[in-house]
Design a protein around this ligand. Structure first.
Ligand SMILES: [Zn+2]
Length: 284
């Protein structure tokens, strides 16, 4: 009974917050507490306990997919590039398979509230994410998601905004207004493990500000370029305003699991069945 009341509170608060970014989880991150400590958060209504790292790691993982370019292959593409380039026809089949299989897309705030506070998720939850700002994500992918009422997460590298073959500010704003989440993928794709002190301003703080100015919403999620990270500086992302960060399919960090949320690439070479098998195998 108590648990269902808490869930109801969570749902009501999330519904009430809408685009205004006043959700439970934000209140929590504002306290700056480490996930490794047990703690209670005053939400103004009901105190909520943050999960420990062990608790986060023990939860069933939510599948997160990662896409880059959505276009037909060219003769000049390397075989290796076919992992990151999915032809539109394949992409459409894969998204249809997800809908037909009963998947429901969720957004990072829902995943964060599930991992950190035990909030309920819809049946067969999944996150669909896109990296690197490619224009075809707006022209090809977004309309396909719309057919099924799906929402995605777009990790933007801000240096490319407005360049040929990349999304414009107006397109990014449109995605945000339509309920997709705009998130950070650095300024120019610099490897996170090579960040200098200056890079925390150049690759993190400035891109956040740029994206927040475009969307009018807070930017609280990050994806590591190349999926590469190092444990020593994960905590700094929290100090710079992020609630969680996404890697690729490597092992999560044991101290900061929220900053190493796993994703798998859906390669252009996969059939829809391959993708389904890969999801079931990779997220347990
Ligand atoms: Zn990237």
């Amino acid at each position: 009974m108590k648990r269902s009341f808490l869930s109801l509170c969570t749902v009501l608060l999330i519904l009430a917050s809408g685009c205004v970014n006043t959700s439970l989880s934000e209140t929590a991150s504002a306290t700056g507490n480490s996930k490794t400590e047990k703690d209670t958060i005053d939400t103004g209504a009901k105190a909520k306990k943050e999960a420990t790292a062990t608790e986060v790691l023990s939860k069933k993982e939510v599948p997160v997919l990662c896409y880059h370019q959505i276009r037909d292959w060219k003769a000049s593409d390397s075989k290796r590039a076919h992992d990151d380039i999915i032809p539109p026809a394949n992409f459409k089949q894969h998204i249809k398979m997800l809908a037909d299989s009963g998947y429901h897309t969720i957004l990072p705030d829902q995943l964060y509230d599930y991992l950190n506070y035990g909030a309920k998720l819809p049946e067969k939850p999944i996150i669909i994410s896109f990296d690197d700002t490619d224009l075809d994500q707006f022209t090809v992918a977004a309309p396909e998601l719309k057919k099924y009422g799906f929402k995605g997460v777009f990790f933007i590298m801000t240096v490319s905004i407005g360049r040929p073959r990349y999304m414009s500010k107006a397109q990014i704003k449109t995605l945000s207004d339509e309920g997709h989440v705009i998130a950070s993928h650095t300024w120019n794709h610099k490897n996170f493990t090579q960040f200098t002190d200056e890079d925390w301003a150049i690759q993190i703080d400035k891109p956040t500000k740029t994206l927040e100015t475009i969307t009018g919403k807070k930017v609280e999620y990050f994806a590591y370029p190349y999926g590469v990270w190092k444990p020593e500086t994960l905590h700094k992302l929290k100090e710079h305003g992020f609630k969680a960060a996404f890697i690729l399919s490597t092992k999560r960090d044991e101290t900061n699991p929220l900053f190493t949320i796993r994703r798998i690439i859906d390669p252009g070479t996969y059939t829809a069945k391959n993708l389904n098998n890969s999801i079931n195998k990779s997220f347990k």
